[in-house]
Ligand binder design. Structure first.
Ligand SMILES: [Zn+2]
Length: 415
């Protein structure tokens, strides 16, 4: 972690500033803290592999003891949940390899770490909506400076949407160390990664950010009122007003197979005490994206529209420009590697290659089958087009393939 990142952080329990305890074991190189102990008015927290762990759950305190004992390698194993010696050694070997991919590391963490669908994450319907909303808001509120934070951001798939939209890198925060570690290395390279507990006060200073978001996780938070108060506190800084966004949260009024404790739209509205949120049904936003834009955040969905939608997006901001139609825009150049969407199986057809949409499982198709609205069943590319794509060039006649996620801009070394 950069030493200046300490300016953004506060102890979640006493609110005090955090500083490196130089009398205890630490490894600092230049302006980066690699391992060490941070102290506030009330307690101490470890930094492991450049990631501050700002909660007091069992793994954190065990890792802190190992850092204090001068064993950051063992602290890291604890944070990865690698209890078995053989598995830990295998993971360390993979993690130390320059050529290891995101997929290699997910596999080395064991079958319980992450579901198998991360390969397809960048084109699933939930993601394409959230990606469009995040880009639209971030471009608007970060245009004059400021920073963004992705809370409960997992391994940073949406943090990636924030790259390049602010002078300072985005912050990725999640309870799971392994996820933010992967996010920083692969998915959103250059982001600042932080471990914290979404059910505790957030470990950030008031006004540290201009955009604070939480996507596909809010229904799993129990302390929702505290969480929303904190989100708005995070963007309450001097200068231009910021924005908060809660993306893809489930609706209690519509049955859904996932767990969690969703609220009704009225329940979500009541969480916001100081600012009136705009609540969007996700179906309308999805239609905007499928149609190629604009993404119309000026819409005021009627009560029955939001009550009937299984998933909601909530945006609160005092910046009127947020609530307007936004053109859909993707980065002009790929951030990573341009690839044919891994949902397609390839078969040679003479000098050309035919691609067919092939879902990894029936479950996947059931949950994400709406992607058929932008992914064609089949298409053909010639060798020249494939070579250009491998080179990071989009042939002019295929520009629409990028928008429709037939071609995806994947992190380098993803799989
Ligand atoms: Zn404290």
């Amino acid at each position: 972690m950069h030493i200046e990142t300490l300016d953004l952080l506060r102890c979640p329990y006493c609110g005090g500033r955090l500083t490196l305890v130089t009398s205890l074991f630490n490894q600092v190189s230049g302006d980066e803290i690699e391992d060490g102990i941070l102290g506030c008015h009330c307690c101490i927290f470890p930094v492991v592999s450049g990631i501050p762990i700002l909660h007091l759950l069992a793994a954190s305190t065990a890792a802190r003891d190992q850092v204090q004992a001068g064993r950051p390698d063992l602290a890291r194993r604890i944070m990865f949940g690698l209890e078995d010696e053989t598995q830990a050694e295998r993971f360390d070997a993979v993690a130390g390899s320059e050529t290891a991919t995101y997929r290699d590391l997910v596999e080395a963490l064991g079958p319980h770490f992450e579901g198998g669908y991360f390969l397809y994450r960048f084109s699933d319907p939930t993601f394409v909506v959230a990606d469009a909303v995040v880009r639209a808001i971030a471009r608007t509120v970060l245009a004059g400076g400021g920073r963004a934070v992705d809370i409960c951001g997992g391994s940073g798939h949406l943090t990636r949407a924030l790259l390049g939209l602010s002078p300072q890198p985005p912050v990725l925060a999640d309870l799971y160390f392994a996820k933010v570690w992967l996010g920083r290395r692969f998915t959103a390279p250059g982001c600042e990664a932080i471990c914290c507990d979404g059910n505790a006060p957030m470990p950030f200073a008031r006004g540290a950010f201009r955009f604070a978001m939480c996507v596909d996780a809010f229904m799993y938070i129990w302390t929702k009122r505290q969480f929303v108060a904190d989100l708005t506190r995070l963007v309450d800084g001097p200068g231009e007003a910021g924005a908060v966004m809660i993306g893809h949260t489930h609706n209690e009024l519509v049955w859904c197979p996932s767990h969690g404790q969703p609220l009704s739209p009225a329940g979500y509205r009541d969480l916001f005490e100081t600012i009136e949120p705009h609540i969007f049904g996700e179906a309308g936003l999805f239609t905007d994206v499928v149609n190629g834009g604009p993404l119309d955040l000026s819409r005021r969905d009627a009560e029955e529209v939001v009550n009937d939608d299984a998933a909601l997006t909530i945006v609160a901001s005092r910046r009127a420009e947020v609530f307007r139609p936004h053109p859909l825009d993707l980065p002009a150049q790929p951030l990573g590697e341009l690839r044919v969407n891994p949902l397609y199986a390839a078969e040679a057809e003479g000098e050309r290659v035919r691609f067919r949409l092939k879902f990894p499982s029936e479950d996947y198709e059931q949950e994400y089958g709406a992607c058929r609205q932008y992914l064609p069943d089949t298409f053909v590319l010639d060798r020249a087009a494939l070579a250009a794509i491998a080179d990071g060039q989009v042939p002019p006649d295929l520009a629409d393939f990028v928008r429709r996620r037939v071609l995806v801009d994947l992190p380098r070394k993803y799989y």
